[in-house]
Design a protein around this ligand. Structure first.
Ligand SMILES: O=C(O)CCC(=O)C(=O)O
Ligand SMILES: [Fe+2]
Length: 424
């Protein structure tokens, strides 16, 4: 991780904050105190419409697999194929796990998934991409309730094929899950409403042609900082601006997902020409700007930075959960105090050794400590690169054929990409 003081001027910070306010900020995570009813109201879908959306093969029955395939949850979390398989197996073996599953699927916060460590849920993402379709939200609940409901029949086709019996649900059965039930959220112990992975508001600011000159200048500066080809930076996500109020926090997470050939990257999904079960953000680099100096709390924490080994189990030990930034920020290895104009940046992936993006760097785990006084404004610039070189190349070709001369599109031998990856 590198810290760069005065990466932005005071004036630039002010402009970015104002542009974000002008655009309007939305709740970063809808699951949170008081949000349940509001979200239910927002979703204007009849049970038929919802069923139809979930019924991917349009056979008039909802297979468990179809619900799993739509298991995108709040806060943009996607489950890895391994996790899905684990959940699938877990559901069939032990229906009583449904209560914990609700927690995982709804929040994905490590403190809440403790009872389910064998399932190895490890893909909490940071934020909802602007295009996230709301209809997927209830699917997590449907899935969570799946084993608990007595109404499900066993899938005939799976049985006759000699596989483990799979359950499926008809529209009539689906309708029995009333709207209230669909939106049911379990309380935390003590009757408290659930706390989200993240407690903030955010918006997205486009930085391409026609955007405010400050935003465009920042994009250019990020290009110079990362020394990546401009096209890669230009084709990345827009700038995300986040505002935390007092009490705001963001539990520790990875900005990018672990790489699976079976999973598509959100940004190259359309070009991937594969129907994949899961999708993940592929964010090679994070550049985070502090837009104001924070009065108290709100540090960015890197709980395992510089650790010699990374062990997921060791993150949660003896009542200390290093991932819970509400409780354990003081136990992490590295904390950065937000200072206006400072940028920090880090790689979320390792090199594949051939000059391209490799595995997720688990040490890039980070979060935001609770803001104890004042307001905190930050902005994120994520540089998206698909660890699958051919998919990235296809994507670039598809979205910017006129820019092939930039030297980063077209089919090339992946072994030849020396110079693109910047090692720490
Ligand atoms: O607010 C911070 O300091 C960290 C934010 C973060 O990690 C994110 O938005 O992904
Ligand atoms: Fe993050």
């Amino acid at each position: 991780m590198a810290e760069i003081p005065d990466f932005l001027s005071e004036e630039e910070c002010r402009v970015v904050v104002q542009l974000a306010q002008l655009k309007g900020l939305t709740e970063s995570q809808a699951v949170g105190p008081g949000s349940q009813e509001e979200t239910a109201d927002l979703l204007e879908l009849t049970p038929e419409e919802m069923f139809n959306l979930l019924d991917l093969n349009q056979d008039g029955q909802l297979q468990l697999q179809e619900v799993l395939a739509n298991s995108r949850t709040w806060d943009g979390m996607w489950l890895t194929p391994e996790s899905l398989q684990g959940i699938y197996a877990g559901l069939q073996a032990d229906p009583d796990r449904s209560a914990s599953l609700i927690k995982i699927l709804m929040w994905g916060t490590p403190p809440l998934h403790k009872p389910l460590t064998p399932l190895s849920i490890r893909t909490p993402q940071t934020s909802t991409y602007p295009l996230t379709p709301p209809p997927w939200r209830p699917s997590a609940i449907v899935l969570a309730r799946w084993p608990a409901e007595a109404r499900f029949r066993r899938g005939k086709s799976a049985q006759t094929a000699g596989h483990a019996p799979s359950r499926q649900m008809s529209l009539e059965e689906f309708k029995h899950l009333s709207n209230r039930e669909l939106w049911h959220l379990p309380m935390q112990p003590g009757g408290r409403r659930p706390q989200g992975v993240r407690n903030s508001r955010h918006t997205w600011l486009y930085q391409g042609e026609g955007a405010h000159h400050v935003l465009r200048a920042l994009r250019k500066r990020v290009t110079r900082l990362t020394q990546l080809p401009p096209l890669l930076v230009d084709l990345s996500e827009p700038m995300q601006v986040v505002r935390y109020e007092q009490g705001g926090h963001h539990h520790s997470h990875h900005d990018s997902g672990p790489f699976h050939h079976k999973a598509a990257c959100s940004h190259t999904r359309l070009a991937a020409r594969v129907s994949s079960l899961t999708e993940t953000f592929c964010r090679y680099i994070t550049v985070l700007f502090y837009l104001n100096s924070v009065e108290e709390g709100g540090e960015t924490t890197f709980p395992v930075a510089d650790n010699r080994t990374y062990n997921e189990e060791a993150l949660i030990q003896e009542n200390v959960d290093l991932l819970d930034t509400r409780k354990s920020c003081d136990k992490g290895n590295l904390r950065v105090k937000p200072t206006q104009g400072t940028a920090i940046f880090w790689y979320n992936h390792l090199s594949d050794g051939k000059g391209w993006v490799g595995d997720l760097d688990e040490y890039s785990l980070h979060g935001d400590c609770v803001l104890t006084r004042g307001t905190k404004w930050i902005a994120n610039n994520w540089i998206n690169i698909d660890p699958d070189y051919q998919r990235q190349a296809r994507y670039q070709k598809l979205v910017s054929p006129q820019r092939e001369d930039c030297g980063d599109s077209g089919e090339r031998n992946p072994d030849q990409h020396t110079g693109l990856h910047q090692d720490l």
